[in-house]
Each structure stands twice: as structure tokens, then as C-alpha cells.
Design a protein around this ligand. Structure first.
Ligand SMILES: Cc1ncc(COP(=O)(O)O)c(C=O)c1O
Length: 380
């Protein structure tokens, strides 16, 4: 059986063969604990420090400013909880947006039960935050601004450096969740001028369950989990050497091939978008036309149900729905709701996300499959 064409690279990515090759010795022979002072600890220790340099290379920071986590969710938890608990003596107010990933929203909601207050900024119809709204939301009690770099559903890229400048003027810590932007657009922490940045390995062709957090000195986070002194005391627990090595390699490749990958993804995403818009009526794009990840296409098919389209195309194309339609209710994603996408459009929303391995033939075939499915569903 032929597998469906994979157009869900924002969901996760396959392992890069170079990543697999880099990890292989740590699966097969190099089992030592990087904290061990004997012979077996040497190679794993060096590999972890090499990976730290590779991550730092992609982010343009010092290796000492990066520690490894279990992924994007944990990095966001560390960043947000760690900052506000460390700065609780200064204030209790957080600024974020309605548009964030649950790995940010749910942390803020939890912190509200602990006496913190959150302002959820709106986004415009393209999913953009207005930096003036950030400025207006600042209170004397504000200690953290957390705004995602790029959105996972629609790909809109936020004006992070402008927001960081506002944060800096007011002495507020600035965090960005870069789980989706990493490897797709530049994520230089100096240009973005952020204090904290979250990395997720499985979006950049490394394994699932590995990530990293960048922390700009002299910021010190409240400890997140307690134990031995690994990761410079930032995160206790024996390091996941195998996956740390994979993440490091993936970051090295992402930095090396960024321009080439970006151009490839954009060409294919635009081909998909163009093909669908040429052949289907009553279709709209969600997300900003240009300030958008080069690989992401969120489209709404008016008056259709996303899960019905997915059922039709499922054997040939793997994509995701922006809404779940049940017999009498429709649950539209919080992202589409935040952008004010009307319900008759929102309910028929699909996300396609291309990647490094996507080919022109796959895109052309996917266009045919989606066009046929939509035409057939509209006819019935
Ligand atoms: C924007 C964003 N943040 C955070 C995460 C969570 O990352 P992880 O799956 O590594 O926990 C994701 C994953 O979908 C994401 O898209």
C-alpha cells in the first residue's frame, strides 16, 4: 500500500538521515552517563556539549545559555513558570495572546489559580498582534511577556523584535515560543532580542521528546524540578544523550541549510496554494499573506466540514483539521476563533504544512486529490 502524502510537517517531522547517523553510536555503543568521571562518561559528555554548541549556533547565543528539556511544552513551562516565580516579588502580571499554543495558554491559566493575572491580547484578522496593544497592556506589576514567534495552525509570524523592544524599555522579561519557526525562518536571539526562547526537536527532523530553552543572562529562573545538578543546575535528571545528540545535529543542519530549505518549502507551499485557489471556488486563506511561515497553508472551504474533507482525502493526503464538526456542534480551533474567521468558513478549515522532503509531484497529486474531494462533497 502506498502511504498518504505527508503534509503535516507542523505536526511533526520525519528523522533526518544525518540525525539518525549522528545518534546511532549513542543507541548502539556509547551508553555511558555524561556525569560519570570514568572512561564511559567521556564521549557522552563531549557529545552533549557539542550538541549545546550546535543549538547555540542556530540561535546565535553562547552554549552556556542553552539547556536541554523534553520538548516545546516543557521549555514553555520552564520559561513561564520559572520566570514569574523568580520575579514574584516584583509583580504578578503576565501578557500573552489568545493565539498561543496550549503549552503557553494552559501554563498561564494554571498560574492564575496561584494568584497571577494574565492579559490575553487579541490578534487581527491575519493573526497579527499589534505592538501598541502590548504597550497598552503593561502594568507596574507586569513581569513577563510571552508571545509565540510563529503560529502552528496558520503560520503567521509575529513582530517579536518590536515587542521585545517594548519589553526591554519597561524592564519586562520577554519569552517567545519558537517551536514552529525554528529551521523555517531565522531565529537569532540577538535579532529577536528575547530573554527566553523555546525549541522543540521534533519540528526540525530530530526525535520527539527533546527540546531546549535559551535563557539570556543574568536572568535566573525558579527551579522547575529538583534533583542532581545536571544541565548547569537548570534541569535535574540524567541527560537524554541520544536525543540531545539528535537535536544538536538537527540544529546544525537547520542553520546550514536554512536558505535552501526555506526557498524549497515556500515554492511548494505556494504551488499548493496556487493550485487550490485556481481550481476551487469559495476558498480562503487564513494567516498573513507574507508574514507567514514558508511551509504553512491554512485554507477554509466554505460550508464544508473539515473532517468530511479529511475522510475523503485521508487515504492519499495527510493533513489536519482546523475545526471538529460533530452531529450538531462545531468546535473551531481557538486560533481561528481569535482571528474572527466566520463559522461557515472556519468549519471547513484544513492545515497543510510542507517540509524538506516534500516534492513537486506530491504537491501536484495532493492538489488533484483535494480538488476532487471538495468538488465531490459540494456536488452531494
Ligand atoms: C507552537 C508550538 N509550541 C509548543 C509545541 C509543543 O511542543 P512539544 O510537542 O515538543 O511539546 C508545539 C507542538 O505542536 C507547537 O506547535
Amino acid at each position: 500500500m502506498n502511504k498518504p502524502i505527508y503534509l503535516d510537517y507542523n505536526g511533526t517531522t520525519p528523522h533526518d538521515p544525518e540525525v539518525i547517523a549522528a545518534m546511532r553510536p549513542f543507541l548502539e555503543t556509547e551508553f555511558g552517563n555524561p556525569s560519570s568521571s570514568h572512561w564511559y562518561g567521556v564521549a557522552p559528555h563531549q557529545a552533549v556539549e557539542n550538541a549545546r554548541r550546535q543549538v547555540a549556533g542556530l540561535l546565535n547565543c553562547s552554549p552556556a545559555e542553552v539547556f536541554f528539556t523534553s520538548g516545546g511544552t516543557e521549555s514553555n513551562n520552564h520559561a513561564i513558570r520559572g520566570t514569574v516565580l523568580a520575579l514574584a516579588h516584583k509583580g504578578n502580571h503576565i501578557i500573552t495572546s489568545t493565539f498561543e499554543h496550549p503549552a503557553v495558554l494552559e501554563v498561564c491559566r494554571y498560574l492564575e489559580t496561584q494568584g497571577f493575572e494574565t492579559t490575553y491580547l487579541p490578534v487581527d484578522g491575519d493573526g497579527l498582534i499589534n505592538p501598541a496593544d502590548v504597550l497598552n497592556a503593561i502594568r507596574s506589576q507586569t513581569v513577563l511577556i510571552t508571545i509565540m514567534h510563529a503560529n502552528n495552525e496558520v503560520g503567521t509570524v509575529q513582530p517579536i523584535s518590536e515587542i521585545s523592544a517594548i519589553a526591554k524599555q519597561h524592564g519586562i522579561v520577554m519569552h517567545t515560543d519558537a517551536a514552529q519557526s525554528l529551521g523555517k525562518i531565522p531565529t537569532d536571539v540577538q535579532t529577536l532580542a528575547v530573554d527566553l526562547l523555546s525549541v522543540a526537536g521534533h519540528k526540525i527532523y530530530a526525535p520527539k521528546g527533546i527540546g531546549a530553552l535559551y535563557v539570556r543572562p543574568p536572568l535566573t529562573l525558579e527551579k522547575f524540578c529538583f534533583g542532581a545538578g545536571q544541565e548547569m543546575g537548570w534541569r535535574a535528571g540524567t541527560e537524554n544523550v541520544l536525543e540531545i545528540v539528535g537535536l544538536g545535529k538537527a540544529c546544525e543542519i537547520a542553520a546550514r541549510d536554512l536558505d535552501q530549505n526555506r526557498a524549497h518549502m515556500q515554492q511548494l507551499r505556494d504551488r499548493l496554494e496556487g493550485g487550490l485557489f485556481d481550481e476551487v471556488d469559495q476558498i480562503r486563506r487564513n494567516g498573513h499573506a507574507h508574514k507567514r511561515l514558508p511551509n504553512t497553508l491554512s485554507v477554509s472551504f466554505k460550508d464544508l466540514a473539515a473532517n468530511r474533507i479529511l475522510e475523503e482525502i485521508g487515504p492519499e493526503v495527510a493533513a489536519t483539521a482546523g475545526a471538529a464538526c460533530h452531529s450538531d456542534t462545531v468546535e473551531v480551533s481557538h486560533v481561528l476563533q481569535a482571528m474572527g474567521v466566520p463559522i461557515d468558513w472556519a468549519k471547513g478549515t484544513l492545515r497543510f504544512s510542507v517540509g524538506r522532503m516534500t516534492t513537486v509531484d506530491q504537491i501536484d497529486h495532493a492538489i488533484r486529490v483535494v480538488v476532487d474531494a471538495v468538488t465531490q462533497l459540494r456536488a452531494t
